[in-house]
Design a protein around this ligand. Structure first.
Ligand code: 5GP
Length: 344
């Protein structure tokens, strides 16, 4: 047994120190970024925020709503082949939507079928598993890279620098970072495994950037300031589940309780998801996600304005004209209190 004494931090443990700035308005801040990926050599241009590939948020409706704002979606894994082919082949210009897959042979075959039938229109894939530390996972990433040299591959999830490097060397362009921070995740409770998300971002970004790779911070953002901290800590992309849940573009019907409207939102490893897609929770495992009711929030546009407005404002506080400059202009200060909660 070994104990690491160095304190690791979460979003709630820090604030960003303001810095002298020449910016006079938030509208002067450019949130779009450009990346050239290490393996695919493709150029990305957009606001690097991605709706999570959960079946409520990773929808085609969400993709259409976010495209207009230059944001991306990772479509969930449960769409059938015909729907995916229709979506990817309908795109006039190549989209930044991610095709999501697990690591079984049938996941690989389904992807190959969709890719062929959609005439190679898929540019981005997200290969994700709860635990990105297995050899099987790394071999799978390598296999997809060898088969599709020009595909931009995001792979995860992991939380440490060593495995981030290994994944990039195996063929990942973007490493997805986060074990246990998610809003409907119970992994830390069920297994005791995890890593404070801000430190995971800082450490993995450092490792990835050293090799010319990128990272996507996945999970744990609950307010726009958390996105500013994630970008400030070095995240190139951010994936959001809970913050985008409860909107019209999310899957699922409205539920009424005591005259108020809600939408269901559940973890992809929750009992609710396993009942829906896997015929229940298998005997050898436990659910690692939960289900919640989110107050209905209407169209996603208004929430996006809040999120992007918050990040833009953070940039003005530290004098970053572009999102790209936020990391080098960020100094975190450790705090014991974030907010004045006097009015709840
Ligand atoms: P959020 O933005 O809601 O805090 O986090 C979203 C992320 O939580 C997803 O992108 C995914 O990585 C993670 N997640 C989604 N469902 C589950 C689940 O059932 N269990 C766990 N451990 N993580 C989940």
């Amino acid at each position: 047994m070994h104990i690491e004494e160095t304190l690791r931090l979460d979003f709630k443990d820090v604030l960003i120190r303001p810095k002298r700035s020449t910016l006079t308005s938030r509208s002067q801040v450019e949130l779009a970024r450009e990346f050239v990926f290490r393996h695919s050599r493709k150029t990305y241009h957009g606001i690097p925020i991605i709706a999570a590939n959960m079946d409520s948020t990773g929808t085609i409706e969400m993709a259409h709503a976010l495209e207009g704002h230059q944001l991306s979606v990772a479509l969930h894994k449960h769409y059938d082949v015909d729907t995916l082919v229709a979506y990817f082949s309908s795109l006039e210009k190549k989209s930044t939507a991610f095709y999501s897959m697990g690591i079984t042979q049938s996941d690989f075959e389904k992807f190959t079928t969709v890719m062929t039938r959609a005439h190679n229109a898929i540019e981005y894939v997200c290969i994700d598993v709860a635990n990105g530390y297995t050899e099987t996972f790394i071999h799978f990433v390598k296999k997809v890279r060898d088969t599709y040299p020009h595909l931009t591959i995001m792979a995860g999830n992991v939380v440490t620098g060593d495995i981030t490097e290994e994944l990039i060397l195996a063929g990942a362009d973007i490493v997805k970072v986060g074990i246990g921070p998610g809003s409907v995740c119970t992994t830390r409770k069920m297994t005791g495994v995890g890593y404070p998300q801000l430190s995971a971002i800082i450490e993995c970004a450092d490792a990835a950037h050293g090799l010319g790779g990128q990272i996507c911070a996945d999970g744990g953002c609950v307010v726009p300031g958390d996105l500013a901290k994630a970008f400030g800590g070095g995240a190139d992309f951010i994936m959001l589940g809970g913050m985008l849940a409860g909107h019209d573009e999310c899957a699922g019907d409205l539920v009424e309780r005591d005259g108020q409207q809600f939408k269901r939102f559940y973890g992809m490893s929750s009992r609710a998801a396993m009942d829906k897609y896997a015929g229940g929770v298998a005997k050898y495992r436990a659910s690692e996600g939960k289900e919640v009711l989110i107050p209905y929030r209407g169209p996603v546009d208004a929430s996006l304005q809040d999120i992007l407005g918050g990040v833009r404002s953070a940039c003005t506080y530290v004098g970053a004209h572009k999102l790209k400059e936020l990391t080098k202009r960020t100094t975190f200060i450790r705090v014991t209190q974030q907010l004045n909660e006097v009015f709840g």
